[in-house]
Design a protein around this ligand. Structure first.
Ligand code: SF4
Length: 504
């Protein structure tokens, strides 16, 4: 195979030193010159940017890496700067990956001469053992993407092992949630092409006799079980959850009656399902009203008879109502996160009795969260898509919640103000949300946190006088504040700090 060297678009002396700090525009321009315009245009359409066009949380590529590492018989290789790979490897093991993260290192010379691509190619050939792997995923991080390292020229298959090359730059994919979609969609596309060509591998578990509904979005393990229970009276079954845990589940996911976009931001994956002719349902079965609307939508696209739908609702909705009534939440709440499930969690909180004032999500607005957005707004909740950290913090100041649910910096800011706070990712998304199990699951942890308000007040008074911000600590001589340095550091403000208000 003859390969063209990547175009000389970035000064070779600085190529491997580029990163998040280099400026989105510089990286984007370099990538476009290096022949990545098509990929970047697709990303710009799929993942419209806002204040989050520069990552405000972890590196977006973590989403793709996590999806790859969670799949059986799948090897995942990173191609990027050593510092990025260190951070991503650390984070993946922090979250219990228990898998090797592959890495093809580079330097200015191998990047400029095209040797990096040859090294990646060699690594893929060395790894492609069909006894061990169904697929190898190669992820181009920022610098190789900006340099146009052409993963599309990797062989599609080596001895039956599929090779999936994707570009996941921080200057093209705004959040790690959307990076999950990049890899899931690439795999769905590959599997769809295989299925169109002929017979494919059967699923590990026996296939359901009933038509299935594929579930889109990572969720708590009990949720698919709850959803299966909701679908059964309709004569339907729950299909695989995408991102899948094994390659062969992709065929089962595509072979469904409908797709439930429980997480609404999987735009590229939805395109693959639509290309396979599958209808898509938004929102999720949360709370009484959410579950009723979701069952209606499923019944409509799957042609379920009205009597079955009515019977299912008559059986399940009172049970959800009872669970909500038995586990009420009383308190004013602001909620923000970057998982993509923020709006459905918001619905559940409102139905649990919470005085929810604000929902900020780092994810973009899509048609599949419109119903949730409208429902929340009708209940007096401010909804902001692509909400920046600044916007989330401003909401906390404005609404003075009894409890703030949010990302790490929001929780830290809340705690310094003596406001009880909970991490969305670790504590809220790691709980069941759907059906009866979801109806009572949030109250315990939220009510416990609400009960801690007095402890925050006593901690605040205990530490009173030890200083805050630049002067935090006990000092012989108080440090001098240097606001002029902060102004200088903030010389390049974010494109906007407002997010996109949910005008659904
Ligand atoms: S790959 Fe991630 S950590 Fe590295 S420069 Fe890009 S966004 Fe930053």
């Amino acid at each position: 195979m003859t390969l063209a060297a990547p175009p000389e678009t970035i000064d070779p002396a600085t190529r491997d030193g580029l990163g998040c700090h280099s400026g989105r525009q510089t990286m984007r321009e370099a990538a476009e010159k290096a022949g990545m315009s098509e990929t970047l245009s697709r990303y710009a359409k799929d993942y419209p940017a806002g204040p989050h066009d520069q990552p405000q949380s972890m590196c977006p590529a973590f989403g793709s890496l996590r999806v790859g590492l969670r799949m059986r018989r799948t090897a995942t290789i990173l191609s990027g700067s050593a510092c990025c790979v260190y951070g991503l490897t650390f984070t993946s093991h922090f979250y219990g990956a228990r898998r090797t993260v592959g890495y093809v290192p580079f330097n200015s010379e191998t990047l400029v001469t095209g040797k990096l691509f040859e090294d990646i190619r060699e690594a893929v050939f060395n790894l492609a053992d069909p006894d061990k792997y169904d697929a190898i995923v190669v992820i181009n991080l920022c610098v190789p993407t900006a340099s146009g390292v052409p993963l599309r020229l990797l062989p599609k298959e080596i001895e039956g092992v599929r090779v999936i090359g994707i570009d996941v730059p921080g200057f093209g994919v705004p959040t790690h949630a959307e990076a999950k979609d990049v890899l899931a969609a690439a795999m769905l596309n590959f599997a769809r092409t295989e299925a169109e060509k002929g017979p494919v591998q059967a699923p590990r578990a026996p296939r359901e006799d009933a038509p299935t509904v594929t579930l889109l979005g990572e969720m708590f393990p009990a949720d698919p079980v709850q959803i299966a229970g909701l679908l059964k009276p309709l004569g339907l079954a729950a299909g695989p959850v995408v991102p899948t845990r094994e390659w062969r589940e992709l065929y089962g996911a595509l072979d469904c009656a409908a797709v439930a976009a429980v997480h609404p931001f999987y735009t590229a994956s939805i395109r693959e399902f639509q290309a396979a002719g599958r209808p898509i349902i938004g929102s999720a079965p949360v709370g009484v009203e959410g579950t009723a609307a979701w069952l209606d939508a499923v019944a409509a696209v799957c042609n379920v008879e009205a009597y079955k739908l009515d019977a299912a609702k008559a059986r399940i909705l009172p049970a959800i109502q009872a669970a909500l009534a038995a586990n009420p939440i009383h308190g004013r709440i602001t909620l923000s996160g970057y998982e993509g499930s923020e709006l459905i969690v918001g619905r559940l909180l409102v139905e649990s009795g919470a005085d929810l004032r604000y929902v900020g999500t780092a994810c973009p607005r899509t048609p599949y969260s419109t119903a949730d957005c409208e429902w929340l707004q009708a209940h007096g909740v401010e909804v902001v898509y692509r909400a920046s950290l600044e916007r989330d913090l401003a909401a906390m100041e404005e609404y003075a919640p009894d409890i703030a649910i949010g990302t790490t910096p929001v929780v830290q800011a809340a705690k310094t103000r003596s406001i009880p706070a909970l991490y969305f990712t670790n504590l809220i998304s790691a709980r069941p949300l759907m059906g009866v199990a979801g109806a009572g699951s949030l109250s315990k942890i939220i009510n416990a946190a609400l009960g801690n308000a007095s402890r925050f007040a006593s901690m605040k008074s205990f530490f009173d006088g030890v200083g805050e911000g630049f002067a935090a600590g006990v000092w012989r001589e108080l440090p001098r504040d240097r606001p002029e340095f902060r102004v200088k550091r903030k010389a390049a403000p974010l494109a906007g700090q407002g997010g996109e208000i949910g005008a659904c």
